[in-house]
Design a binder for this molecule. Structure first.
Ligand code: TXA
Ligand code: MG
Length: 321
């Protein structure tokens, strides 16, 4: 038996498997087995009323999971699947409340990682999979991160190398009157708008309490994290050092001369490269023994929206021990 067959067998037996996707690693269970899906919540320490994304082998599976599917959903699926786009649609009869958090909608996507696709084809069904981190913490982008987060809570981790995209999929709600982005991702909003023939709206966390990625505290390191505007970064560093704090910095701008108590990690000025490295960088900065992590705020530009979203939530949730 190869790794894919072993993973599929474990999933059929109701076990949890850590799987690589192009965005982040997922914690997968058989989406048609409520007892298996319930194990996901226990392993993550996640509230049980939070809905999960169901991963499918291809768009032909859509009708098993959703009803009243608008043409726009099929067009988006044709344009972006496999890929980092999750569609929220009205759920089909028989889709478990454990998966949907009791809502009448379901989140669906076809991931583009070759191993995830191979596994989904072998499994030939839907896999419910949230990001494979403990609730509120930084999402994993390598197999080693999944082991750090979940240890023996997961029967197997399929190692597919570092994730290509690095942050979670764009979530687009097509279940209402107007298409709405519930969570920005690395898919270009203009490209989505071109397929939709209209601009999607952005719906804030106030309106979508059920999107756990939209709770304010999320993606969080244990060390307190603060965002600082580019022009104020060096002054903030000087001030914190003068107060005797040990600092870790993540910045696009060049490092100043080395001084004691300052750990500087250079980040890319390119938004996709930045997103690719973001979670691994935060994880590493959380281990250098700093009292405070300072992050240079990202540019106020549409391309940086998803990164800015994750950094804002990581700052809000940071410092919880
Ligand atoms: O890139 C991704 O989407 C990754 C990989 C593993 O596919 N998954 C991921 O899952 O980020 P998770 O559970 O960490 O975040 C999924 C988000 C949650 O915020 C959840 O609330 C939302 O999707 N979601 C799922 N079903 C939904 C629904 N029916 N209505 C609204 N939001 C939903
Ligand atoms: Mg998550």
């Amino acid at each position: 038996m190869n790794d894919i067959q072993r993973a599929a067998a474990l999933l059929r037996a109701g076990e949890l498997v850590g799987i690589p996707t192009e965005t982040v690693y997922g914690l997968a269970a058989d989406a048609s087995n409520p007892a298996a899906v319930a194990k996901i919540f226990a392993a993550k320490g996640r509230p049980a009323d939070h809905p999960l994304i169901v991963h499918l082998p291809d768009a032909s599976h859509l009708d098993r999971w959703a009803v009243d599917i608008p043409d726009s959903a099929r067009q988006l699926a044709a344009a972006f699947w496999p890929g980092p786009l999750t569609l929220i649609l009205k759920r089909a009869d028989g889709v478990s409340d454990v998966v949907t958090g009791g809502q009448d909608t379901v989140g669906l996507r076809v991931p583009s990682h070759p191993l995830a696709l191979e596994l989904l084809r072998e499994f030939d069904g839907g896999l419910a999979a949230p990001s494979a981190n403990r609730f509120g913490r930084i999402s994993p982008t390598t197999a080693a991160h999944v082991r750090e987060e979940l240890g023996e809570r997961v029967a197997m981790v399929l190692d597919g190398g570092p994730c290509a995209v690095g942050i979670e999929s764009t979530i687009l709600d097509l279940s209402g009157d107007a298409p709405a982005i519930l969570r920005p991702g690395m898919l270009d909003t203009d490209a989505i708008a071109r397929v939709l023939g209209r601009e999607p709206e952005f719906r804030g966390r106030e309106d979508s309490p059920r999107v756990s990625g939209s709770l304010e505290a999320h993606y969080a390191p244990r060390t307190p994290l603060r965002l600082v505007a580019s022009g104020q970064l060096l002054a903030a560093v000087q001030q914190a050092l003068a107060q005797g704090q040990r600092l870790a910095v993540l910045a696009r701008q060049p490092a100043p001369a080395a001084v004691a108590g300052l750990y500087w990690r250079s980040a890319s000025a390119d938004f996709s490269a930045y997103a690719h490295d973001l979670y691994a960088s935060l994880r590493q900065l959380d281990t250098v023994g700093a009292d405070l992590i300072l992050v240079e705020a990202p540019p106020a530009d549409e391309h940086w929206r998803a990164v800015a979203d994750r950094l804002g939530r990581s700052a809000a949730g940071s410092g919880a021990g």
